[in-house]
Design a protein around this ligand. Structure first.
Ligand code: SAM
Length: 264
């Protein structure tokens, strides 16, 4: 059986057993091959836009002897699917903005009909994906954060509302009372931080979460310094915006310090 990276293993672990999976952007088809080899899933579709990774996926599936159960299809996003062909869609290793575009184009074309579950691993721009989920009745069930080879990854697991337990609603998940210790921060701003940092990740803060946002703060401070060298009104405006972001990160992190960080 193929061995997955820690990142792909985390995604595989969140896929529901028995699901027919469509993995979109499936360079090398590692995830579908693992899901079939491990017996977790009965069949899969590996969708890939670009010819090189598409060929690599076809090769991997053939070498694993799984051509009858994994279909490798070339195409843009969810265009490779017909409505009703997948229970679970996984998308990993691309930016959140592209991921949300793929989901939105697929939804508009009816390709998400019958899809109960999404497992998503955006490399950046996680808040764009969280907002898309909330806007389209996919209820966030859990989030994981992990570090591998010096990079930090977040994995989001969502169920379509009709399949979500009644006790889990996005309204409750994105309830900003978790940041109640920040009375001076506006409600709207608190909700933005939940979308940016992840509501489950904030409720169970780990050392990896703290590292990610300390690193982000350092990056913003560096940009702020560069911007500060310019004297234009635009630069002043940008600097003020960056300072606001840095302050926000510091406030949210300090509010989390009460919870004991655990490593991941
Ligand atoms: N999902 C794998 C993983 O997480 O290891 C591969 C990630 S790789 C960095 C991103 C893949 O998405 C590339 O193979 C790229 O060709 C593919 N891709 C990018 N845009 C796509 C789209 N619109 N539809 C399908 N695949 C796409």
């Amino acid at each position: 059986m193929i061995k997955l990276s820690k990142r792909l293993q985390q995604i595989a672990d969140l896929v529901s057993a028995g699901a027919r999976v469509a993995d979109i952007g499936s360079d090398h088809a590692l995830l579908p091959v693992y899901l079939l080899q491990s017996g977790k899933c009965p069949s899969a579709i590996a969708g890939e836009l670009n010819t090189g990774p598409f060929q690599a996926a076809k090769r991997q599936v053939a070498e694993a002897g799984l051509t009858k159960r994994i279909e490798v299809r070339q195409g843009d996003g969810l265009a490779v699917l017909a409505p009703g062909q997948a229970d679970t869609v996984t998308i990993a290793g691309m930016g959140g903005s592209l991921m949300a575009d793929i989901l939105e184009a697929g939804r508009a074309a009816g390709k998400l009909e019958g899809v109960r579950e999404l497992v998503l691993q955006p490399n950046v721009g996680e808040e764009i994906v969280r907002k898309w989920l909330v806007q389209h009745r996919f209820v966030l069930q859990t989030e994981e954060i992990l570090e591998e080879d010096g990079r930090i990854y977040e994995v989001l697991h969502a169920l379509h509302e009709p399949h979500s337990p009644a006790s889990v609603t996005n309204e409750a998940v994105f309830d900003s009372s978790i940041l109640a210790e920040l009375p001076e921060m506006k409600e709207e701003e608190k909700r933005e931080w939940l979308f940016r940092m992840g509501p489950y990740l904030l409720r169970r803060p780990t050392e990896v979460l703290h590292s990610k946002w300390k690193l982000e703060r350092t990056k913003l401070e560096w940009i702020c310094k560069q911007v500060g060298q310019s004297d234009t009104p635009e630069a002043r405006g940008k600097e003020a915006q960056l300072r606001g972001e840095i302050k926000g990160i510091e406030e949210v992190l300090s509010c989390l310090r009460t919870a004991k960080p655990s490593s991941n």
